[in-house]
Design a protein around this ligand. Structure first.
Ligand code: ADP
Length: 147
């Protein structure tokens, strides 16, 4: 079974993140969405983030949601998973992902699979959603809606 970990802060989980997971499921059998606990940006509580993501994928038994602390490669080892799934929106993301992928490959032999953001999702970020929310704006276009 081909499994991947999709690690991130997901603060909050956006339609951009959802898009990466759904596309990842076309070639991975199972995806573990792993919410890193080491984030400093703590606006949305970890339990709230986890519960919301579980709700989004409640009909998809190939998705698991987990919280983790420390290095992603240690969590991958614990879960016996060899692939990380990540998304790339622009050159800044690419540069960051390249550095991370190199480290993770070097330190643990873990491969990173990158998907380019869908063109209509390229501008969506958790930071944007947090800012819109702070100013009382509508965020429903950027947050996966209950079906
Ligand atoms: P991190 O704090 O680890 O960067 P994020 O929650 O911000 O975590 O993002 C997790 C992953 O999702 C990253 O690989 C990021 O580039 C990707 N991502 C974020 N937003 C989008 C989007 N709109 N489209 C595609 N990928 C995205």
């Amino acid at each position: 079974m081909k499994q991947a970990i999709f690690p991130g802060s997901f603060n909050p989980f956006t339609t951009g993140h959802e898009n990466i997971v759904r596309r990842g499921l076309t070639f991975f059998d199972k995806i573990i969405i792993a919410i890193g606990k080491n984030s400093a940006k703590n606006d949305f509580s970890l339990q709230e983030r986890k519960a919301k993501i579980e709700e989004i994928f409640k009909d998809e038994n190939r998705v698991e949601v987990a919280l983790y602390q420390g290095l992603t490669i240690d969590f991958a080892k614990e879960k016996n998973v060899k692939f990380l799934l990540r998304g790339v929106r622009n050159l800044d993301d690419f540069k960051y992902e390249l550095e991370m992928a190199d480290c993770n490959k070097l330190l643990a032999g873990v491969e990173t699979v990158l998907l380019f953001a869908e063109s209509d999702k390229r501008e969506i970020s958790s930071t944007l959603v947090r800012e819109l929310q702070a100013f009382g704006k509508d965020i429903s276009d950027y947050i996966p809606q209950k079906k």
